[in-house]
Design a protein. Structure first.
Length: 121
């Protein structure tokens, strides 16, 4: 098991994507919530000015469920990247619907993302 923490360097690609295309947050599905926490922890308004993440909206139950599925931050981060890649390949980057690894449906909506929610709606 990896004990690597998700840090600024690891998040750099996610930051670049969100700066160019804030609506792509939807590609992460339920994984958006831990990603948002890490982004809040590792970045600031100077690093990520076009995405306003100082807002507190969160889904602690979703994060807790993901943390049960993945043994550490790094595993969860890799799962988030894989999920986003899959949704992009399926042409569903901007769709709020996703599926848990179990196949159960999930719908992502983060009111903190403002205008980005209109993309693909």
């Amino acid at each position: 098991m990896s004990k690597r923490k998700v840090d600024r360097e690891a998040l750099s690609g996610v930051v670049q994507l969100l700066q160019r295309d804030p609506g792509s947050y939807k590609a992460y599905g339920m994984y958006w919530w831990p990603l948002k926490r890490w982004l809040r922890r590792e970045t600031d308004a100077e690093t990520l000015p076009s995405v306003h993440l100082p807002h507190p909206h969160d889904e602690p139950e979703t994060v807790a469920r993901l943390e049960q599925l993945y043994p550490d931050e790094w595993s969860l981060f890799l799962a988030a990247l894989h999920h986003a890649e899959q949704k992009t390949l399926w042409g569903e980057r901007y769709q709020g619907h996703s599926y848990w690894p179990s196949g159960e449906g999930y719908v992502l909506y983060d009111p903190d993302m403002g205008p980005a929610n209109a993309v693909g709606a």
